[in-house]
Design a binder for this molecule. Structure first.
Ligand code: SAH
Length: 232
């Protein structure tokens, strides 16, 4: 089954963007996933192909019209069961857990907002799941959609060359990852920690686990609280 991403956007030329390169790009060429950008403007009905209007109640900026967006959504997902996402700073912050769930689905429909955002009624009427990339404001949903797809596509079966390299990473076990080292043995006077070149795999695993715990305590204590009682 090919994972199929349909993107509703005013800037279809922004896709596949960086996902046309590297491992994701090769997987795209091999047909292991597919991306279909759809121009929202194609669903506008008037001569000027209007997609936005002024906010009810006043204020700055413009709002994406619900009728046009609903038509676009219905056109691409009338008869499928893919999750319908709306990139939005008001959404639930994206986690690796949600990424893993999405990677097991048949694909996604992603709506990219622009201007001040989209009319609330289409979010409700089409049951859009609002997903945030973090507590900052982007100028549009496109880079957020590309980021979400990057995270999903890299864990689709067969996309990453080395299957193992997708498994021991930050967040996979509720911790930030331990630090990495490679040759040269000495870099600007700094040595690779001796345990890593000792050949003792038990000691190496123990050291990595300690480092991961220490880093997580220092930088993201919130992660430890979330997984309390879950990880051994
Ligand atoms: N006025 C809105 C921000 C609009 S930004 C507010 O204050 O909440 C324009 C569009 O960019 C949004 O509709 C959304 O699709 C996208 N966007 C901006 N920041 C984002 C974020 N942190 N995560 C996901 N999408 C974001």
């Amino acid at each position: 089954m090919t994972f199929r991403a349909t993107i509703l956007t005013l800037y279809p030329e922004m896709f596949p963007g960086h996902l046309g390169h590297s491992l994701a790009g090769k997987a795209l060429e091999r047909g292991q996933w597919a991306i279909e950008p759809v121009q929202i403007r194609d669903f506008a009905e008037d001569r000027h192909r209007t997609v936005d209007d002024t906010p009810a109640g006043g204020g700055a900026g413009m709002v994406l019209k619900p009728d046009i967006l609903a038509k676009a959504i219905d056109h691409v997902s009338a008869d499928d069961h893919r999750p319908r996402l709306l990139m939005s700073p008001r959404g639930r912050p994206l986690t690796q857990k949600r990424v893993r769930e999405l990677a097991t689905s048949e694909g996604v429909v992603i709506v990219c907002g622009r201007f001040e955002g989209v009319d609330q009624r289409v979010i409700e009427a089409r049951q859009l799941e609002e997903v945030s990339m973090g507590d900052y404001i982007l100028s549009g949903g496109e880079p957020a959609a590309l980021t979400l797809l990057d995270a999903v596509v890299r864990i689709l079966p067969g996309v990453m060359g080395n299957a193992l390299s997708g498994t021991h990473e930050s967040f996979e076990d509720g911790l930030l990852e331990y630090p990495h080292y490679t040759r040269p043995q000495v870099f600007e006077g700094r040595e690779i920690p001796a345990v890593l070149t000792s050949g003792n795999h038990g000691e190496i695993d123990k050291w990595r686990r300690e480092q991961a715990l220490k880093l997580t305590k220092e930088r993201r204590p919130d992660l430890l609280n979330q997984t309390a009682g879950k990880t051994p």
